[in-house]
Write a protein that binds this ligand. Structure first.
Ligand code: GUN
Length: 284
């Protein structure tokens, strides 16, 4: 049976480190603040935003929340971002995705000042991640790397397979695994021989957004299996992209859903907010 990777415990350690850093900065007159913008009333986004606010409170980070109606105009959203870009109390800005139809996500991301872009979504930050010299870690992929490190498994030379090629998770995930010296394969909906490729993975990261997609026969015995999926089922329960019951019998280490990757994404966001405050204060 696989060892369950406890995302709540690992994230608590990261948040404690962040809280210490926030307190130290405060002593030196530097405040950390995060602005979160939520447009519309997507239920999953509301849960994420609530959890982000709680994490800020736990770390001593000032948090400001902006809830806008689904019919918000692009000009209004851009005006708010401009205001937050100029606000000295705000170190980091996060606009929760997906945005309602009619709003241009790319333009919104591009409008956030690169040194306040704590999601690391805009072009400048994505480019820095590619090069390997960055101030902001992509939140979910960085959380996954921490979870893999927590197992003690060395990524060097290992076959790492990422299923999913989104800009938020799949692509930056592959890049961080590469920075950690893994041999990386990115799979997606058009990949041939998906099962065989996955079954050869020492580290398997599932980020497809399809419940129970990864079955036991796709897992190499002893592999580290990381489930990024958070799918809400008809009965209201959360379900990952990995069939947990099958996978835990074969994997060496596995993350649960919930309580695996989710808390780590938020912990990295807290770290990025501190990094943003330091960057703006000319520290580092
Ligand atoms: N929606 C799902 N994940 C994320 C994330 O990490 N950041 C933002 N801004 N929106 C998301």
């Amino acid at each position: 049976m696989a060892v369950i990777i406890d995302g709540k415990a690992v994230s608590a350690e990261v948040k404690q480190r962040v809280a210490n850093e926030v307190a130290e900065l405060k002593e030196n007159g530097i405040e950390c603040g995060l602005a979160v913008i939520l447009v519309g009333d997507d239920p999953a986004s509301q849960v994420y935003v609530r959890n982000k606010k709680r994490a800020c409170e736990a770390c001593g980070i000032y948090s400001a929340e902006y809830r806008l109606p689904a019919d918000t105009k692009m000009e209004e959203l851009i005006a708010l971002i401009d205001e937050l870009n100029a606000d000295e109390k705000i170190s980091g800005i996060l606009c929760q995705l997906p945005l309602p139809k009619g709003l241009d996500e790319e333009a919104v991301i591009a409008r956030i000042r690169p040194d306040k872009d704590v999601d690391a979504f805009n072009e400048a930050n994505v480019g820095k991640i590619m090069i390997g010299n960055y101030s902001f870690l992509p939140c979910t992929p960085a959380g996954v790397i921490e979870l893999i490190k927590s197992t003690g498994v060395d990524m060097t030379g290992k076959n790492a397979v990422v299923i999913g090629r989104s800009n938020i998770v799949g692509k930056p995930m592959a890049m961080l695994l590469l920075h950690n010296n893994a041999t990386v394969t990115i799979c997606h909906s058009k990949t041939q021989n998906l099962k065989e490729i996955c079954a050869n993975a020492d580290i398997l990261v599932a980020a497809i957004g399809r419940p129970n997609f990864v079955t036991g026969d796709m897992i190499k015995p002893g592999a580290v299996v990381i489930d990024v999926g958070i799918n809400r089922m008809d009965d209201g329960k959360l379900c990952g992209d990995v069939n947990f019951e099958e996978a835990e019998k074969i994997a060496g280490y596995i993350t649960p859903v919930p309580g695996g990757v989710g808390p780590m994404t938020i912990a990295t966001l807290m770290q990025n907010t501190v990094n943003a405050a330091k960057l703006q204060a000319g520290i580092k």
